[in-house]
Design a protein around this ligand. Structure first.
Ligand SMILES: [Zn+2]
Length: 491
């Protein structure tokens, strides 16, 4: 392989990248898109198949209503217009994992078009257009390992054949590898909120291909693009795009031309390699599938589906920032997962002071998670636990210092807050006589502060409370100390 000329920074300044992404998302229906076979992942190969998904002659596809509803819901969440009548088309090609010799997809009349999502690019909101969202069936899977005789042959598992997919095609609005990463992250977050897919990249429920070209700044026409396929993480897509942009600028700067081709990314080397030239690409000879009626999503059905549209992450972040007075960053973390945001809001809603729950979640919980490199899902303390602790602080039962200590113990023992609290809760001193004795000692030991307090500096109350609690080794009930001190200091 010839060494690729890589471009200098000065060369990069002359060009701008143009990136478009095609994302395939598997829908979480129980059965396939055109037959009643199960879509379960991980079943023994070729056990979830029937004449329809195997493409036997004469077998007729029947469209899965749930798949349509999920696709429409996702398209709505991506701000698309839903086309009332869309058409299923056959995309004809031969491949071992495609027994019918064609894939049922949508072509010139897709389910939905003209959408967008908003991403953050260098801290500024940027709209990325979504050209279309269409429904199609998945193909099977070629297996190269994990079965007897794998060294000499390839096997086919057709369980995935006919699993419903949506393909989400972006406009070429993405201008850098970082924007591509951000787009994919936001897109995944939105799809997860709609719950139409688990977006599990390891199981192939979300797959992304990238088209990338570069052009001279100020030039209107696009440069020749290459397509990067089969990259299995967002991070690798960002890396692959970075490398590919660099390579293309290098080729152009040294007087060469980019050939339109499909490239594969090797993450170990951080490089892309040409896989096949686009000139060899098939003409798919799309035509409307004669076995399927046009798909009609009328206003009534559309409205019914729209009722299932949840509050989406961006709107929820904005609302939570106002409602709980938290920062944009923390709102981002709390809403990054719908289940978690739901848990947080449920717990905070029942707490005495929701804002305190938010504050504890961000300061005490997230700080510790970050230090231990844990995600919120892995947290020993649940949102209910955070709310429970917030109520204790609110009621003056535990001090902020004690709360920190208990949080540390939760992380040490991997137990939730209520469990640790039950075991560790200090034997509280509520004996009025004993507390009054401590108060007298503290007052006697601090005559200057007493004089200042009686002279009007009432903020010193907190100082006295602190001293009494300290004298009780943290065991005096803060609320009681407060009340008794006020009386005593006023005498
Ligand atoms: Zn089937």
């Amino acid at each position: 392989m010839a060494t690729t000329p890589l471009a200098s920074t000065a060369a990069h300044a002359k060009y701008e990248p143009v990136i478009g992404l095609e994302v395939h998302v598997q829908l979480l229906t129980a059965t396939k898109i055109f037959c009643s076979c199960s879509t379960r992942f991980g079943d023994p190969p070729n056990t979830n198949v029937c004449p329809v998904c195997l493409g036997h002659p004469g077998a007729l596809p029947v469209l899965n209503r749930k798949a349509v509803e999920f696709a429409v819901l996702a398209a709505m969440a991506l701000n698309c217009e839903i086309r009332e009548t869309s058409i299923f088309a056959r995309k004809n090609y031969f491949y071992p994992d495609l027994p019918k010799g064609y894939q049922i997809s949508q072509y010139d009349r897709p389910l939905a078009e003209h959408g967008f999502i908003v991403i953050k690019s260098e801290n500024t909101p940027k709209k990325i257009g979504i050209t279309r969202v269409h429904l199609e069936e998945d193909a099977g899977k070629s297996l190269h390992q994990g079965f007897p005789g794998a060294a000499a042959s390839t096997a086919i598992d057709l369980n995935r054949t006919g699993v419903p997919l949506i393909e989400i095609v972006s406009e070429p609005d993405i201008a850098s590898p970082d924007e591509a990463y951000e787009y994919l992250t936001r897109l995944r977050e939105i799809i997860l909120y709609t719950a139409v897919s688990d977006c599990n990249m390891e199981e192939g429920s979300l797959r992304s291909d990238a088209n990338v070209s570069v052009r001279r700044r100020g030039q209107r026409e696009f440069g020749t693009k290459t397509e990067i396929k089969n990259v299995n993480s967002f991070r690798f897509i960002r890396e692959a795009l970075g490398y590919e942009i660099d390579r293309q600028v290098g080729v152009l700067e040294s007087g060469g031309a980019i050939s339109q081709e499909t490239r594969l990314y090797n993450p170990a080397e951080g490089k892309t390699y040409a896989m096949r030239s686009k000139e060899e690409a098939h003409d798919y000879r799309y035509f409307p599938d004669p076995d399927l009626l046009p798909l009609v999503v009328d206003a009534r059905w559309k409205n019914e589906i729209a009722r299932h549209l949840p509050e989406l992450p961006e709107a929820r972040r904005a609302r939570m920032m106002t409602e709980y007075g938290i920062t944009e960053y923390d709102a981002g973390v709390l809403t990054s997962n719908k289940a978690l945001a739901d848990q947080f809001e449920e717990a905070a809603g029942k707490a005495k002071n929701p804002k305190r729950v938010a504050n504890l979640a961000q300061s005490e919980l997230m700080g510790r998670l970050k230090a231990k490199d844990l995600t919120l899902e892995q947290s020993p303390i649940s949102m209910k636990g955070v709310a429970f602790s917030a109520d204790l602080v609110e009621a003056g039962v535990i001090s902020g210092k004690m709360l920190k200590h208990l949080y540390d113990l939760c992380f040490e023992r991997n137990q939730d807050f209520p469990t640790v609290y039950e075991k560790e809760k200090p034997q509280q001193l509520t004996d009025t006589g004993a507390i009054e004795k401590l108060i007298e000692e503290v007052i006697a030991a601090n005559p200057e502060q007493l004089e200042q307090y009686r002279g009007g500096k009432t903020t010193l109350l907190a100082f006295f409370v602190g001293q009494v609690i300290k004298a009780s080794r943290g065991q005096a009930n803060p609320q009681l100390v407060n009340e008794l001190l006020k009386k005593k200091l006023a005498q």
